[in-house]
Design a protein around this ligand. Structure first.
Ligand code: F6P
Ligand code: MN
Length: 310
């Protein structure tokens, strides 16, 4: 590798954000969060079937991976100097980690899909970056969102309101631009659906039958991050975790999971709805707020709205 190649790699994510006009503190924050992906992935590599739980092979107490990821993120954010409050799926309440004059409020699903780790399927980290306290409509407070996918490659997608961009962690440990300004097609050909079929409501079932008769192919890993990443990178399709008979709010969490992904997909020309409202227009009432979701390319989401209205 030449010196200029090395310089290019070393500055790729930072330079991209600088050239895209992302404000200085936000740039630094996104960079620091992206870096935690390296530490978290190292922990994932350490874990295997033998010590995915609380004990390692030497019988020592181990934190579960999702709690380890939470500790890593919290520590990194605490010392960043940019974060006032940290809300994590792993914590019962919002944690004040700043002095009170910091600009940003963070939401984190530190290790989404962590129960899949022993299967060697992809898992991920989801982050929302807000300019004011997080219990609100995502559209009013989100200034950036990002997710990291731990799979055969470690990739990171971020948006700071100027498109959505994908980076790949290279062998030198630098995030290198893979796709700038991802633009989703109006319509895709894959569908990814959570919840038991017998628990689905009739209008959702009718929508799924429409997708199936239109030739959509099933793609569902059980990991929200890779399932959404697939739709974004393939530039179309639909992911849904719908309202269920026994849980009308579905399963997925509004502030930790849905808002950041809705932000990133909207920035790529996609949409996200609960069936009638945009995900980013729903006011989060508590940290555990859950919502049904239909997220993906425009055609499928508009169709979902039509079916759910019926
Ligand atoms: O965080 C919840 C989660 O694990 C998501 O990653 C995933 O999309 C969903 O739950 C899978 O749920 P189920 O096991 O019901 O298909
Ligand atoms: Mn999750």
């Amino acid at each position: 590798m030449s010196i200029s190649d090395a310089t290019q790699c070393a500055t790729d994510l930072r330079r991209h954000m600088w050239m895209a006009g992302v404000e200085t503190e936000l740039r630094r924050l996104i960079w620091q969060i992206a870096i935690t992906g390296k530490y978290i992935s190292a922990k994932i590599h350490e874990a295997n079937r033998k010590f995915a739980g609380f004990r390692n092979i030497f019988g020592e107490e181990q934190l579960a991976l999702d709690r380890t990821a939470d500790e890593i993120l919290k520590a990194q954010l605490q010392f960043s100097g940019f974060v006032r409050e940290y809300a994590s799926e792993e914590q019962d309440s919002v944690i004040v980690i700043g002095k009170g004059d910091e600009q940003y409020f963070i939401t984190a699903d530190p290790l989404d899909g962590s129960s899949l780790v022993d299967t060697n399927l992809s898992i991920g980290t989801i982050i929302g970056i807000h300019s004011s306290p997080v219990l609100n409509e995502g559209r009013k407070t989100l200034v950036a969102a990002m997710y990291i996918t731990y799979g055969p490659l470690i990739t990171m997608v971020y948006s700071a309101g100027k498109g959505s961009h994908e980076f790949v962690l290279n062998r030198e440990g630098e995030y290198v631009l893979a796709q700038e300004n991802i633009v989703m097609d109006d319509r895709g050909s894959i569908y990814s659906l959570g919840g038991l079929r017998k628990e689905w409501l009739p209008e959702h079932l009718a929508y799924v039958e429409f997708l199936e008769s239109s030739g959509y192919k099933l793609r569902y890993s059980g990991g929200f991050v890779p399932d959404i990443n697939q739709i974004l990178i393939k530039k179309g399709g639909i992911f849904s975790y719908p309202a269920l008979k026994k849980s009308p709010s579905g399963k997925l969490r509004l502030i930790f999971e849905l808002q950041p992904m809705a932000y990133i997909l909207e920035q790529a020309g996609g949409m996200a709805t609960d069936g009638s409202r945009d995900i980013l227009d729903i006011k989060a009432t508590d940290l555990d707020h859950r919502s049904p979701v239909y997220i993906g390319s425009r055609f499928e989401i508009q169709k979902a709205r039509e079916f759910l209205k019926a």
